[in-house]
Design a protein around this ligand. Structure first.
Ligand SMILES: [Zn+2]
Ligand SMILES: [Zn+2]
Length: 392
């Protein structure tokens, strides 16, 4: 049986797995039920299975018939704190928790791919490490790497895909270089001195400082960084004040910074340094004090050129060339960067948007759903790109 036929023969199983995960979604680091099903399935495929990596993560090793490099294939398993609004037979039974990003399908597709690949040991000159990762939405990959997922055997390359409803079904979005954004989160507290609005001269107004900071920070992207290097700085939180005739003591601000490039090596070229320089200068001008904290949530996933070419080749064979493989970059964050930063990797988007099947809602929306037929493409991409990797 050829690969396509084999995958088609497993379509019912694939959909059943996905719908079962969908019906029983679990939040990050709490994927106990999912992990149990995953580990049992992989053991039945005859793979060496390790449980409990990064709490609920599962890793399975497929050893080929000849020695060679180790390829890591990754799926994420976590759901989101969202109340599902879809009326489907497999609607979430867990109140306030929903698979609204497609990770249910990612898990199902990689399981079926593992089952098929375990029958091709003679074509695998090396090993495949199947990684089922917890908590993608809040950095589970980092914990997996810290707990040694890239070692024993040492991983040489990695691949992952994301079903993506903004891309129509039957297309794949990928590009070499940065494909998802670096995501930094900031919190800024501006401290003035509260007082009477009739006597502003006796107070230090933190609101006017905050207003200036919000405006001036935008010049980082328009005046300090090339227009060819997209940078999004968003203030999303402002909290201050209790009454209209009181000058408040403090303003609390927060937001995110997203960008797609490696920052300059010099300290002053780093976005957080530019940000603080403006905050410091404006706070000094307005006699306020400040506290500023940054933390990095995701690094940009930077696709390796050869690994990207491999995915494009297989994608074109599968979907036909022409306009099926589109250049694509997403402003979303993705913690697959924890793997991609360490070994040559590729991360790509498999279109899952189809208005007739009502799978056109955005990710993280309570009506989010996928075009399940696309899962066959996902499995075939996993299987054939893995085999091609060992063929090269
Ligand atoms: Zn998501
Ligand atoms: Zn996701």
């Amino acid at each position: 049986m050829n690969i396509k036929k084999k995958i088609t023969s497993l379509k019912d199983e694939l959909i059943e797995l996905r719908r079962d995960f969908h019906k029983h979604p679990e939040l990050g680091f709490k994927e106990y039920r999912t992990a149990e099903i995953v580990a049992n399935y992989l053991e039945k495929c005859g793979l060496k299975v390790k449980r409990g990596i990064a709490r609920t993560g599962v890793v399975a090793l497929l050893e080929g018939n000849a020695p060679g490099p180790t390829l890591l294939l990754r799926a994420d398993m976590d759901a989101l704190p969202i109340q599902e609004e879809n009326e489907v037979p497999y609607k979430s039974v867990n109140n306030g928790v929903m698979h609204a990003c497609g990770h249910d399908a990612h898990t199902a597709m990689l399981l079926v791919a593992a089952k098929i690949l375990s029958n091709y040991k003679e074509k695998i000159k090396g090993n495949i490490k199947f990684v089922f990762q917890p908590n993608e939405e809040v950095g589970g990959a980092k914990v997996m790497v810290e707990e040694g997922v890239l070692e024993n055997p040492l991983v040489d390359a990695a691949m992952a895909l994301h079903l993506w409803t903004p891309i129509e079904s039957g297309k794949i979005g990928v590009t070499a270089g940065p494909i998802t954004a670096t995501l930094d989160v900031f919190n800024l507290k501006i401290k003035g001195k509260g007082g009477h609005t009739g006597y502003p001269e006796n107070a230090v107004d933190p609101i006017i400082a905050a207003a200036n900071i919000i405006q001036t920070i935008q010049t980082i992207q328009t005046r300090e960084i090339s227009a060819l290097k997209p940078t999004i700085i968003m203030f999303t939180k402002i909290k201050s004040g209790v009454k209209s005739n009181i000058i408040p003591d403090t303003v609390n601000l927060g937001g995110t910074i997203r960008y797609f490039y490696k920052e300059g090596v010099k300290d002053e070229e780093k976005i957080n340094k530019r940000f603080e320089r403006i905050v410091e200068a404006i706070c000094r001008a307005y006699r306020t004090k400040y506290k500023l904290k940054f933390y990095n949530e995701n690094q940009s996933v930077i696709n390796n050129l050869n690994m990207t070419k491999l995915v494009i080749t297989i994608g074109e064979e599968l979907l036909g060339n022409g306009d099926k493989i589109i250049p694509y970059v997403s402003t979303a964050g993705e913690d697959f960067s924890e793997f991609a930063n360490k070994v040559p990797s590729v991360f790509y988007f498999v279109g899952a948007g189809n208005i007739e099947k009502e799978s056109h809602y955005p990710h993280h929306n309570p009506r989010f759903n996928i075009d399940e037929d696309v899962m066959l493409i996902g499995v075939e991409m996993h299987v054939r790109s893995a085999l091609e990797f060992f063929n090269k």
